[in-house]
Design a protein around this ligand. Structure first.
Ligand SMILES: NC(=O)c1ccc[n+]([C@@H]2O[C@H](COP(=O)([O-])OP(=O)(O)OC[C@H]3O[C@@H](n4cnc5c(N)ncnc54)[C@H](O)[C@@H]3O)[C@@H](O)[C@H]2O)c1
Length: 396
């Protein structure tokens, strides 16, 4: 039991897809009884099988005992194919992880609200919709909070807790305490497009694509530089191929549109062409790389000076984005750093990285890019500018 006594409370999950099934497993593993509801019976069957497989793997790897796996499985109830949400009665929190569509989510929240007690927290796992917009469907929007897990939810530790302008601070604290008690790392994010990770990470992909489009370096060379010199676990093109170029393009487009077509986030034509030609990445066996049997992997040009130029440019853009997120209250500097290291495995926090390089040096790199290209895309963050002028650091 945690201090708030909620650890063993019943948890509801609506939507048994990739995210809902993972979240349900995390909650059940933390000792909760969990009821999972999905409108489509086949999704429930798939989730049940996926869970059994995942638990068996944990046992095989020695991560949990067979008895523990059986107990987790027993705590999970799956209900599919029905339109009835009454199984959520008695839940301390219901997490929604259905299709990313505002009308569908609003209608689901309206219906969930009828089934649960007044103190039940209603959480959405939305990646790109506004929490306030979803909450507006509810009679009590104060209890609606964003609880944004990363895929796969059983593996990635980060969860962004998102309070909307309508969310009660008590609901934010309660949701955070509950998710913390599941062993996750939580950060607080404002209800702004992309929250922390999906906003701050844009240049990792966007600037790499731009470098490719300018013919400065090849896909393989950019990936090599970001891994070998930048220290990132995966190169941007490898990662886009893994995520799916359609998914990555959709996130970029959504952030671009939601932030008023700011040129910093403008989607790349190259990426759009990849989607249009069904080169979606690993899932279609063809993306920036060819994944078919026997296909040769292109060799990078391992020129250190070129590699450093690539890394310095992408990292400066990432730090610039992180600084902007702090300035505009998306999150604190420490939560931005925590989010990028725990959510997308960056080798270090971007703002800690800025301190290491020197804020004025990062600012100078941004200024040089802006001068070179004369594009608003490269405008230095005003926070970087003032910090450089005053000789300040992000972290003490
Ligand atoms: N996939 C990711 O990487 C990821 C990461 C973080 C957040 N999210 C968000 O999580 C949510 C779910 O994404 P996903 O990838 O798990 O999707 P998914 O397509 O794998 O699963 C969605 C599930 O919801 C069910 N469903 C759809 N409408 C429903 C309704 N009205 N009532 C009940 N069930 C319904 C579907 O049958 C399906 O099983 C979305 O909001 C998405 O933006 C996704």
């Amino acid at each position: 039991m945690t201090a708030n006594g909620m650890t063993r409370a019943k948890i509801g999950v609506l939507g048994a897809g990739a995210m809902g099934s993972g979240i349900a497993q995390v909650a059940a593993a933390a000792g909760h009884d969990v009821v999972v509801v999905d409108a489509h019976a086949p999704s429930i069957e798939k989730a049940r099988q996926g869970l059994a497989k995942s638990l068996a793997k944990d046992v095989e790897k020695g991560k949990r005992t067979a008895a523990d796996a059986a107990a987790v499985e027993k705590r999970l109830a799956f209900l599919g194919g029905a339109d009835d949400l009454s199984a959520f009665a008695g839940c301390a929190m219901v997490i929604e992880a259905i299709v990313e569509d505002l009308d569908a989510k609003q209608s689901a929240f309206r219906r969930i609200e009828h089934e649960v007690a007044a103190e039940c927290i209603l959480a959405t796992n939305t990646s790109s919709l506004s929490v306030a917009g979803i909450a507006s469907a509810c009679a009590y929007p104060g209890r609606v909070v964003g609880v944004h897990f990363f895929n796969p939810a059983t593996v990635l530790p980060l969860v962004e807790i998102v309070g909307a302008i309508t969310t009660d601070t008590a609901a934010v604290s309660a949701a955070r305490a509950l998710v913390d008690s599941w062993g996750k790392t939580t950060v607080l994010a404002s209800d702004t497009p992309g929250f922390i990770v999906n906003r701050v990470a844009r240049p990792f992909y966007g600037e790499s694509l731009r470098i490719l489009e300018e013919q400065i370096a090849s896909v393989a060379t950019i990936d090599w530089a970001m891994k070998e010199i930048g220290g990132f676990r995966m190169g941007p093109f490898e990662l886009m191929d893994l995520i799916g170029n359609d998914v990555n393009y959709a996130v970029t487009k959504s952030v671009f549109e939601a932030l008023g077509h700011d040129p910093r986030y403008r989607p790349s034509v190259t990426q759009r062409r990849m989607v249009e030609s069904n080169r979606l990445g690993r899932k279609t066996q063809m993306g920036y790389y060819d994944y078919r049997d026997g296909a040769a992997k292109p060799a990078p040009v391992t020129d250190r000076a070129l590699g450093e130029r690539i890394v310095n440019r992408v990292v400066a853009m990432l730090i610039n984005e992180a600084a902007d997120a702090v300035q505009f209250g998306v999150a604190s500097a420490s939560d931005v750093d925590l989010a990028m290291t725990k959510g997308v495995n960056y080798p270090k926090g971007l703002l800690a990285w800025a301190d290491e390089i020197g804020v004025s040096e990062v600012f100078a790199r941004m200024q040089a890019l802006q001068e070179e290209y004369a594009e608003d895309r490269y405008r230095p963050s005003a926070l970087l500018r003032s910090m450089a002028r005053e000789g300040r650091r992000f972290h003490a």
